[in-house]
Design a protein around this ligand. Structure first.
Ligand code: HEM
Length: 558
């Protein structure tokens, strides 16, 4: 009997080992994609070691040069087809179905993903969200946001004053992150984030609590909705998905998604626990704000002047004094709320759906834009001739004048806008645009079977010597109509915001904010890199950003 038990165990172990080896070899999948070029296949991990070491954007850039377009890579057990030439990118991005993201969460947290404009797997829910978002990005709406953007940039300029006076280096990327969070937070929830001042207060509070630094202590001093939202958004950005052991399971065996999700929630790692807490916080604050607003509207007081205008006056301060806070008229959520109760596929859009849109607004618009402006500052600091042209343009508008309105912006600051566009070419913050197609598709002369994730490597396209003359050179003139450099740009080779029906909905918002911020900063200062930062190291987590920040000294202009 003992012997039988021993042999059963041995056979079971043997079967498990064989299953692991066969699964790790993915024989069927490999057969389907055998005709696609790419780096040599590797058992079980696929190309994860290179992805983790070099970053998915950098490794795709390297392989695109080596293997051409399309090529095949393996993210664990997931085959991914990567393209990097304009006609193939257009074909891929013309489809509305985004590559499936693994949802880690269940219950209410999981619903936040299923309602997300970015992550939803339902085309009906995506269409409903896209329709609800669209009015916020109309020309009139963007023009109305100029005062908020200017106010945040002015706060940053004032905040840099002590560092300029003391000659003390700052990480301008971090500071810009506080500014862009100020803008998206304030415009999304209608809650005045005022992140720059809050960050300083939070630092002090954290220093006070440092002795009992158990997980989540930084929440203890958090009081206002804005504090809670800021903490939550930053925590989510700090969560390194790919290096989390649970996410590794999703990648190594995508077919086990349901089981991994159950495991992740039954036994969350400390990192995931913190991330979950942060998402819960976002959900709680968002729901509170929406419910207060709905109650006010039902009571006939919606949009009351007491909630503050778009001048940055705060409804958070109201919350801090325990008066009801609600959503500012003109904010993103105030425009999304009328969609509540509508049907999308089998779902009725409710408050949780609106919360998901608010959260996505912040997540999509905060770090991407901060990275873009930080890259522009880095590139200008290393290219004094281009910086001189920028300064001349800003001074031509008026150094001590208020910044241009939305209507004046294109004619007033075209070179500033070109600097932003060129920074986005050299360092695209959203480095990959991903789709999934049910049907087979021909890319170049290769047939690609349906169902495989397709990724457009924006980084590879933007830096390819086949598509750009001198791609390593910082030449904003490429984006100045009428110049020789502009005439040389290959049509379709520039895609910092993706393309097609799922092109970035916030692209005009981002370009407007970046140009206004650069103008506000360079009206007063120039920036010099501290030694050891060239070439800049980048790192891709959710977005592709500077790996260790962008450290500069701040110089007040005479
Ligand atoms: C410089 C800043 C930004 C960059 C580089 C950027 C880039 C991108 C890219 C590449 C995509 C994917 C497009 C595709 O798949 O074809 C995207 C999607 C998206 N972006 Fe942005 N983005 C930026 C700022 C913003 C801002 C400020 C917002 C909103 C406030 C925003 C909201 C979105 C949304 C909602 C989507 C998903 C659209 C959909 O799936 O329908 N982005 N962005």
């Amino acid at each position: 009997m003992m012997e039988l038990g021993f042999f059963s165990l041995l056979y079971a172990l043997w079967a498990a080992l064989v299953a692991l080896v066969v699964y790790g070899l993915h024989p069927i999948k490999r057969w389907r994609y055998r005709h696609l070029p790419g780096p040599p296949f590797r058992w079980l991990l696929g190309h994860l070691p290179e992805i983790v070491k070099e970053g998915q954007d950098s490794v795709q850039e390297r392989w695109a040069e080596q293997y051409g377009s399309p090529f095949l890579m393996w993210v664990g057990a997931l085959p991914v087809v990567v393209v990097s030439v304009p006609d193939q990118a257009r074909k891929v991005l013309g489809r509305p179905t985004r590559q499936k993201f693994a949802w880690l969460h269940t219950g209410e947290e999981g619903k936040l993903d299923s309602y997300s404009i970015v992550f939803s797997r339902s085309l009906d829910l995506w269409k409903a969200a896209r329709g609800a978002w669209q009015p916020f990005f109309s020309a009139d709406s963007l023009a109305a946001l100029v005062p908020t953007m200017k106010a945040s940039a002015a706060r940053l300029a004032a905040h840099l004053q002590p560092a300029a006076a003391a000659g003390k280096p700052v990480d301008i990327w971090r500071e810009l992150g506080l500014m862009t969070m100020d803008v998206v937070g304030t415009t999304a929830f209608g809650v005045d984030f005022n992140t720059l001042e809050r960050a300083a207060q939070q630092k002090e509070a954290e220093a006070g609590e440092a002795t009992g630094a158990a997980e989540g202590t930084s929440e203890r001093h958090v009081r206002t909705p804005a504090d809670r939202l800021i903490w939550a958004v930053r925590t989510i950005f700090e969560f390194r998905a790919l290096t989390s052991p649970i996410v590794a399971l999703f990648v190594l065996c995508p077919e086990g998604e349901q089981a991994w999700r159950w495991l992740a929630n039954a036994l969350p790692t400390p990192g995931l626990r913190t991330e979950l807490k942060a998402r819960g916080e976002l959900r709680a604050v968002g729901t509170e704000l929406i419910e207060q607003q709905l109650a006010l509207t039902a009571g006939g007081k919606g949009g009351s002047a007491a909630q503050g205008g778009n001048d940055g006056s705060s409804c958070v301060s109201a919350a801090a004094h325990a008066r009801p806070a609600a959503i500012k008229p003109g904010s993103f959520l105030s425009l999304v709320l009328p969609s509540l109760s509508r049907q999308a596929g089998g779902d009725t859009l409710g408050p949780l759906w609106a919360v998901s849109q608010g959260i996505n607004f912040i997540l999509a618009g905060y770090e991407t834009t901060a990275n873009a402006i930080a890259y522009a500052v880095y590139l200008l600091a290393g290219n004094p001739d281009k910086e001189a042209k920028l300064l001349a343009e800003i001074d031509g508008w008026g150094r001590h004048k208020t910044l241009p309105s939305a209507a004046d912006l294109p004619s007033a600051l075209p070179y500033t806008a070109a600097v932003v566009r060129e920074a986005l070419r050299m360092y695209p913050p959203a480095a990959i645009a991903a789709r999934e197609m049910a049907d087979d598709v021909t890319l170049g002369d290769r047939a690609v079977p349906g169902g495989v994730p397709l990724q457009v490597s924006i980084t590879a396209m933007h830096r390819s010597p086949r598509l750009w003359r001198d791609p390593q050179a910082f030449l904003p003139e490429r984006f100045m109509p009428g110049t020789r450099e502009a005439a040389e740009v290959t049509p379709g080779a520039y895609l910092p915001f993706g393309d097609g029906p799922r092109k970035c909905i916030g692209w005009r918002f981002a370009l407007q904010e970046a140009a206004l911020s650069l103008a506000a900063l360079y009206q007063q200062y120039t920036f010099r890199l501290t030694p050891g930062q060239v070439p800049l190291k980048t790192k891709m987590v959710l977005t592709s950003g500077p790996a260790d920040g962008v450290h500069v000294t701040v110089h007040r202009r005479e």
